[in-house]
Design a protein around this ligand. Structure first.
Ligand code: SF4
Length: 412
């Protein structure tokens, strides 16, 4: 595969996007941004879930007016994620009328398709750029398939572009046109991130590959209008995984619909799993367990996998705080001898349970070597595995607070 040149690095209030920096996770609130209490609450939830940048709608005077207070409260509560203003139609007016909001936002998202009509378009765009220049703010030029610039579509039709390619090509052209306008207007290349989101995974792959060939701006990836549930997750992850695996994409957002009763944080959790699945980032230890099949003698492996998964989740925040590199730990729980010993050897620590008709014993592996053979009930196996995992963590990962070779005692 062709090695891509590094993109420029855009510094969003200390969170660096692009260049050799890790792929960053973004999310967006869905509260009314004029409601300080609800918006603060959601920003903090997304932040605690692991969102490194958080975007919120600034669509009316109250939301612009209340932004400073929102930022102050979330900062007081320990959230240091950059906060991004999402603007459509009236961004030029709100940013000008509320300079405190313009100053306190960490980045502006501008949609070239919604910045204004005909003659006013460039003027409004420049008005936002003037403010971005004044406060030295980075911007994202964010094109969306649902609001592509009509003038660009007309231009492409006149040039004989086939109907089925019009939207994709119009998005790319609109994005690059706006990029060039911004650069010519004096915005530094290290201040601009691009995105071109569509609801079709195949189109998304095509568009981003093209964009990456034509510029070195960091790219914000995301499938828009992905839907919810399994469909939304799979459709979002598939094109992003393909692109990220090719080295395309410097920041991501999973734009899924939280169905009633759903959790807004799912978009952050999915983004984290996606990056971990590609070994691009490591956030927490992980369990590797087989799906089970006709060879498993009972649901012992399922129950044990769940117990171990819960145990890791209960302890990971303490381990990650205390032990260097523990977020890369992999723990296998496998159902039978077919793949059990192999996967357990590949993991840092693993257990291979007996399948149907096999010798009723469980093999334990650590760092590729068999270290024990266990027999017993689910409860006994779970207790032993948890003990071994805890001791593995304490033994194999350097303690962060170690001084003169001694580990300080934990207070609780
Ligand atoms: S490891 Fe064994 S039990 Fe698990 S899926 Fe494979 S064959 Fe089935």
């Amino acid at each position: 595969m062709e090695t891509l040149k590094e993109t420029y690095t855009v510094d969003v209030s200390g969170v660096k996007i692009g260049g050799s920096n890790p792929v960053r996770i973004q999310s967006m609130t869905d509260t009314d941004s004029s409601n300080i209490k609800e918006t603060v609450k959601q920003i903090l939830l997304l932040y605690k879930a692991g969102s490194e940048l958080i975007r919120l709608t600034i669509d009316n005077e109250d939301s612009a007016k209340n932004f400073s207070e929102i930022k102050k409260i979330v900062r007081d509560k320990g959230c240091d994620a950059p906060l991004i203003g999402d603007f459509h139609y009236n961004g030029h007016i709100l940013l000008k009328k509320f300079p405190d909001c313009a100053k306190k936002l960490d980045k502006y998202r501008i949609n070239p398709g919604n910045v204004g009509k005909k003659g006013a378009k460039t003027k409004n765009f420049y008005q936002i750029l003037d403010i971005a220049k004044e406060f030295e703010k980075p911007i994202r030029i964010g094109v969306n398939s649902g609001s592509v610039d009509g003038d660009v579509i007309e231009r492409l039709k006149e040039n004989g572009i086939k109907d089925e390619m019009i939207i994709q090509e119009a998005m790319i052209l609109s994005c690059l046109d706006s990029l060039n306008l911004a650069l010519d207007y004096g915005i530094k290349k290290e201040k601009i991130i691009l995105s071109c989101k569509t609801q079709s995974p195949k189109e998304l792959i095509y568009i981003y590959r093209k964009l990456r060939q034509q510029c070195l701006q960091p790219l914000h990836l995301g499938l828009t209008e992905a839907g919810g549930g399994i469909k939304g997750s799979v459709w979002s992850v598939v094109p992003l995984a393909i692109l990220l695996n090719e080295g395309i994409g410097e920041t991501i957002r999973i734009s899924i619909t939280p169905f009633p009763g759903g959790d807004r944080r799912d978009e952050v959790y999915i983004a984290k799993e996606l990056l971990e699945s590609l070994n691009l980032r490591y956030f927490s230890p992980k369990i590797i367990s087989c799906p089970g099949c006709g060879r498993t003698s009972s649901d012992l492996y399922r129950k044990l996998a769940k117990e171990i998964d819960d145990f890791i989740k209960e302890n990971e925040h303490i381990w990650i705080k205390d032990y260097v590199g523990v977020e890369k730990m992999r723990v296998a729980v496998m159902g039978c001898i077919v793949n059990g010993p192999g996967e357990s050897k590949n993991a840092d620590i693993g257990i291979s349970l007996p399948g149907k008709g096999e010798n009723p014993q469980s093999l334990i592996f650590e760092k590729g070597k068999q270290v024990a053979v266990l027999k017993g009930s689910l409860k006994e196996l779970a207790i032993e595995m948890k003990k071994r995992i805890k001791s593995f963590v304490e033994r194999e990962y350097p303690f962060k607070g170690e001084k003169d070779g001694k580990r300080p005692k934990r207070k609780n």
